[in-house]
Design a protein around this ligand. Structure first.
Ligand code: URA
Length: 209
């Protein structure tokens, strides 16, 4: 699918299968989420630009590659996005973190922002927006709207599972944002759950219901 990268690494696929199982415990789900998010982070950053830095090894001077540009931003869509942060920050400890909270107003059906915090100079940074589930796409679309309003220009979206309906909505709103996902599932059910999916990602990682 255009504009969508499916991360088909065997370890990612294996861990995802265990996460989908209804009998996987909260502790197991959380541990797997941390492991899988590290692998997803590796893939979503695979083509970052490098520059060279003059360094001294114990033997000699040499030009050696380092990441170019300002520190990355990981933008978590509350609350389930937070589950992806730990593994990603282990791989990129210097990344800045943004938190974005949006809910849908029951009357207007419009997304309402209730929390937004991000580092400065968003326009000069790569922003990787994270949310485990791309279902209808409404919250990720709204979160990216908010980031763009604050100047973000270079944005990627990372999730675990995506529904085809959500991808279509997302791409209509933000055709410039590449989606990275471990799986494109079959469809959304009438309650907005991804099928076959893994249930409610927030509930599964935090043990709520
Ligand atoms: N959010 C979830 O946590 N799970 C779904 O299946 C859809 C949205």
């Amino acid at each position: 699918m255009d504009g969508v990268t499916v991360i088909d690494h065997p370890l990612v696929q294996h861990k995802l299968t265990i996460m989908r199982k209804k009998e996987t415990s909260t502790a197991g789900f959380r541990r797997l989420l941390k492991e899988i998010s590290t692998l997803l982070c590796y893939e979503v950053t695979r083509d970052l630009e490098l520059t060279v830095e003059r360094i001294e090894t114990p033997l000699t001077e040499t030009d050696s590659p380092v990441l170019e540009g300002k520190k990355l931003v990981f933008a978590s869509i509350l609350r389930a996005g937070n589950g992806l942060l730990e593994g990603m920050l282990e791989l990129v400890p210097s990344a800045r973190v943004s938190h974005i909270g949006v809910y849908r107003d029951h009357e207007t059906l419009q997304p309402v922002e209730y929390y937004f915090k991000a580092p400065e100079n968003l326009n000069e940074r790569l922003v990787i927006v994270v949310d485990p589930m791309l279902a209808t796409g409404n919250s990720s679309i709204a979160a990216i709207d908010k980031l763009k309003e604050r100047g973000a220009k270079n944005i990627r979206f990372l999730c675990l599972l995506a529904a085809p309906e959500g991808i279509r909505n997302f791409k209509t709103a933000h055709p410039d944002v590449q989606i990275f996902t471990a799986s494109i599932d079959s469809h959304l059910n009438e309650k907005g759950y991804i099928v076959p999916g893994l249930g409610d990602a927030g509930d599964r990682m935090y043990g709520t219901k």
